[in-house]
Design a protein around this ligand. Structure first.
Ligand code: FAD
Length: 424
């Protein structure tokens, strides 16, 4: 909790150098300085949102990807609020500065609304009708198109940078403008480095198997060129296929399905443009992996050794849970619950039976066709698991939220529920 508060505290600290330098140097009336300060804070938050979008793995290990994306999104919203007040109360002699300010404001609002609907789960995970509308609209506005629309934020930042350079009210303060430019160049430089240079340093691997599993999933195994000691159970990577004609070169996140450090297996449900085309990616293709990411194992390690682990997976969401089970089935009490759409999707029954057999009665597995209801959970989970267990839920967002609610209703405290949602 403290970690998350400190992490959110970055939003307060990040704009300070710009704000303090400006307010120390500027001689404008206090009220005017206040509105400039709001504009500066909004700009600094947009820059910070860009920094977060590169998802540094060390930061992800500290606070988790949902927190990083959560702050990234909130900064976008708060920056718009500040920009609105700034724009409504400021004036300038430069027509171009005014135009750039206006365009960037309207563009930022448009991109924000678009991203909240298509990229975040803030609305669509909670309102079924909106989710159906999103799925329908994604037939035209493909996910990758939404990602590109989101990247327009970089153009917006460039416009605001120029807007600031045209304003006499700020550009007369040389030291401030230097700092302003250093901030901008450092953040955009980090982004460019992360997108185009850093991938050369990532793990590389060769696809060694690509098999169908159940009705609409595949298991892909990749052999790493060099074993990675930092991989932990429950981790996930962003994958990119190099030179494979079948799929785009965009990065997509998938969880490791077992605890092998050299050959990593991924269980992938095929439901969109990228995943459907994975069928055509041939063995021998080169793969690049960004990561590892994930906090499940560090959470497991913090639990009492005798606290049961309750692993609740939906469909391919079982992947990171299988990896946790592989690592802990001989030492921890585990209740693994797996909900699948139809019987043929229970493709890991044999693996689960194997772990169960070698667990000395520590591991209990329930596979169910259809979702778990409140009564199922109350019946399947013993009292000590409900009271002391550490719960890990993985699946599509709406299903994760629904299961979280059910667990709370049967008495599991929110603090002990950890989740990974299989969308952004
Ligand atoms: C931490 C994490 C771990 C995951 N692990 C697995 C796994 O082990 N197995 C599995 O089958 N799926 C996993 N996913 C989900 C998987 O990444 C997406 O389903 C996949 O990238 C969708 O690609 P697509 O081309 O099929 O769908 P698209 O047509 O591109 O999009 C369909 C929907 O998938 C989501 N999506 C698309 N691209 C991404 C992306 N890069 N990141 C997050 N969401 C995206 C969006 O909500 C979009 O609306 C995981 C997701 C996350 C965030």
């Amino acid at each position: 909790m403290l970690r998350k508060v400190l992490f959110w505290g970055v939003a307060v600290v990040f704009p300070l150098p710009l704000v303090l330098t400006y307010n120390t140097l500027a001689v404008e009336p206090e009220q005017l300085r206040f509105y400039v300060t709001l504009g500066l804070t909004a700009y600094a938050w947009w820059l910070l949102a860009i920094v977060l979008s590169v998802r540094p793995p060390w930061l992800e290990r500290l606070v988790g990807l949902p927190s990083i994306y959560g702050l990234h999104g909130m900064l976008g919203v708060l920056a718009i609020v500040l920009a609105y007040v700034h724009r409504d109360n400021s004036y300038s002699g430069s027509q171009l500065a005014i135009l750039l300010g206006d365009w960037s404001f309207y563009a930022a609002v448009t991109v924000l609304l678009f991203s909240v609907f298509f990229l975040s789960g803030w609305l669509v995970d909670r309102v079924r009708l909106l989710l159906s509308a999103k799925r329908l609209l994604e037939k035209v506005f493909h996910h990758q198109l939404s990602v590109w629309v989101h990247r327009l934020n970089l153009v917006i930042v460039a416009m605001i940078w120029l807007h600031a350079h045209l304003l006499v009210r700020v550009n007369q303060y040389f030291a401030f403008m230097m700092l302003f430019d250093v901030f901008t160049v450092a953040v955009l430089g980090l982004y460019v480095w992360k997108k185009w240079i850093a991938p050369d340093t990532y793990l590389t691997a060769t696809l060694v198997s690509n098999q169908a599993r159940g009705g609409s999933s595949r298991r892909l195994s990749v052999e790493l060129d060099h074993a990675a000691a930092s991989i932990r159970p429950g981790d996930f990577f962003f994958l990119r296929f190099e030179g494979a004609q079948a799929v785009s070169k965009e990065w997509h996140p998938f969880s490791v399905t077992d605890d092998d450090q050299k050959t990593l297996s991924f269980t992938i449900r095929q439901h969109g443009d990228f995943t459907r085309r994975l069928t055509d990616v041939s063995v021998g293709s080169r793969v690049r992996l960004e990561g590892p990411f994930g906090r499940f194992e560090s959470i497991v390690r913090k639990q009492d050794a005798d606290a049961p682990l309750v692993l609740l997976g939906m469909g391919a969401g079982v992947a990171p849970l299988l990896s946790l089970a592989a690592a802990h089935h001989t030492t921890r009490n585990i209740h693994l619950l797996w909900a699948v759409r139809d019987p043929q999707d229970a493709y890991y029954r044999d693996v689960l039976a194997r772990y169960q057999a070698s667990s000395d009665n520590r591991m209990h597995v329930t596979t169910k066709v259809g979702r778990f209801r409140r009564d199922d959970l109350a019946e399947l989970l013993p009292a000590d698991a409900v009271r002391n267990g550490a719960f890990f839920i993985v699946g599509p967002n709406p299903a994760v939220l629904a299961n979280q609610r059910l667990l709370r209703k049967i008495g599991v405290s929110s603090r002990r529920i950890h989740q990974e949602r299989l969308t952004m």
